[in-house]
Design a protein around this ligand. Structure first.
Ligand code: CMC
Length: 422
């Protein structure tokens, strides 16, 4: 990383601070030594803080650009499958055909989960949310795969990452079938990553699931688009937990817990919930009115983005996929999907939404696609977690490979009582 200098003046004292420059994007003032001057920076929510340097993903919010290891998301979603992308995120380059063959077979070798993990599932109530079950089961993997869990060992880190990428679809699908009281369907490696997940979700001993290439491809795209998004809440959580040397399964379980929050991975579920409440097109106007009302906390779910202010490149890709899936399944005239498309149209034309640049985001379209695929709302965030595991393990590995890695330990501005006596 290139470096420059900046100066700040505190109590008339001039302090020189280096400026760290990345390859693209904003630079950062390196304040690591500022605490020696007995002063901290204050940035709750990390709006202006780069918590680390990373070579994995680049997001340009104003330009509407998302790059994984330098490759635009549009090209990756067009030409690659999810395993190519997970390999790229972890290793930094797309696999050659030979490397892909080896990687595919390695992942295939880990898709089953330890048979005794079945009893962990059975400890949960049947009506537990799949994300609760996934958080618990993934955390408990550290009690099953502790043989090679030395986080300072590169080979162990690679193995843990492969285990997690391979097993998450099985754990995700089983957390759903368990809730239905249906038997667990074992992975079938010849179906591919997305196809295997759909098969574990929807087939049962008395009913074969017919994979439809358009639908499988749509899910593969959802996984690619959600695989990483640099230092979001869940990825930062994984890094912070991992910075203490915690085991990989504990780190990813923490990431899943963070993702579960409605302000993060829960937006696609919230979109479908909103559409269900809206019921029909005649009520769109009321919802739009509420969204515009300053005295009403209500926001139109699936619209707007904290980082992408002009366009969300993932939403543009998912929009096309959404229309392909609805056409394939002849669903465009089904009430819920008709309502979603009407809302999309009205919001795209409405002055308030146009002026504030509130476009439908990736979660608006991915929620509709998943619903069309038959995936229930409660599983939307679980699918997101399966995808994001590829990003989480890559960030975790990158952090532990960095010699400058330190345990994360933010400071605070204390606002409590000053010292007092009893
Ligand atoms: N509906 C109505 N008004 C909105 C919405 C919305 N969905 N989003 C933003 N606004 C308004 C907001 O009230 C504000 O108005 P004003 O300038 O008059 O005060 C203006 O637009 C700017 O909003 P903001 O609060 O500065 O935007 P933010 O960066 O804090 O919030 C957001 C971004 C995504 C949290 C927000 O747009 C939102 O709550 N959207 C709905 C939930 C959602 O779909 N979230 C998923 C985002 S994609 C997830 C991912 O990438 O992982």
């Amino acid at each position: 990383m290139a470096s420059d200098k900046s100066k700040i003046i505190i109590d008339n004292k001039e302090i020189e601070l280096p400026v760290t420059k990345g390859t693209i994007g904003p630079s950062a003032i390196d304040i690591r030594n500022l605490n020696k001057e007995n002063i901290y920076t204050f940035d709750p929510g990390y709006l202006s803080t780069a918590s680390c340097s990373s070579a994995i993903t680049y997001v340009d919010g104003d330009g509407g650009e998302l790059l994984y290891r330098g490759y635009p998301i549009e090209q990756l979603s067009e030409k690659c499958d999810f395993l190519d992308v997970s390999y790229l995120l972890f290793y930094g380059e797309l696999p050659t055909s030979k490397q892909k063959e080896v990687y595919q077979s390695t992942i295939n070798g880990h898709t089953l989960i330890h048979d005794q993990l079945n009893s962990v599932f059975r400890g949960f109530r049947r009506d537990a949310h799949p994300m609760a079950v996934m958080t618990g089961v993934v955390a408990s993997m550290s009690a099953f795969y502790f043989d090679e869990m030395d986080v300072d060992n590169r080979k162990h880190r690679k193995l843990s990452a492969e285990r997690l990428i391979a097993k998450l679809p099985t754990i995700g699908a089983w957390s759903y079938t368990y809730s239905l009281g249906l038997p667990f369907v074992y992975p079938q490696n010849d179906l591919g990553y997305a196809g295997n997940f759909l098969n574990m979700m929807f087939s049962s001993p008395n009913k074969k699931y017919q994979n439809n290439p358009v639908l499988t491809q749509a899910l593969e795209k959802i996984l690619i688009l959600h695989a990483d998004h640099e230092q979001n809440a869940s990825t930062s959580t994984v890094r912070l937990v991992g910075s203490s040397g915690a085991n990989p399964y504990a780190c990813i379980a923490a990431g899943i817990a963070s993702l579960w929050g409605p302000a993060h991975g829960g937006a696609n579920e919230a979109t479908l919930k909103m559409l269900a409440e809206m019921k029909n097109e005649s009520r769109i106007g009321d919802y739009i009115k509420r969204a515009k009302d300053k005295d009403d906390d209500f926001r139109l779910m699936g619209f707007g983005h904290r980082v992408y202010r002009n366009k969300d490149p993932r939403a543009e890709i998912m929009k096309i996929t959404c229309h392909e899936v609805l056409n394939e399944l002849n669903l465009s005239n089904e009430p819920l999907f008709k309502l979603a498309l009407a809302l999309e149209k009205i919001a795209l034309e409405d002055e308030y939404f146009v002026e504030k640049k509130l476009y439908p985001n990736v979660d608006f379209y991915s929620g509709i696609v998943m619903r069309a695929l038959g995936i229930p709302n409660s599983m939307f965030t679980a699918v997101f977690a399966i995808a994001r595991t590829a990003g989480w393990v890559s960030h975790w590995n990158e952090m532990l490979s960095d010699k400058e890695n330190k345990i994360g330990r933010p400071r605070q501005v204390y606002t409590g009582q000053t010292k007092r006596n009893l």
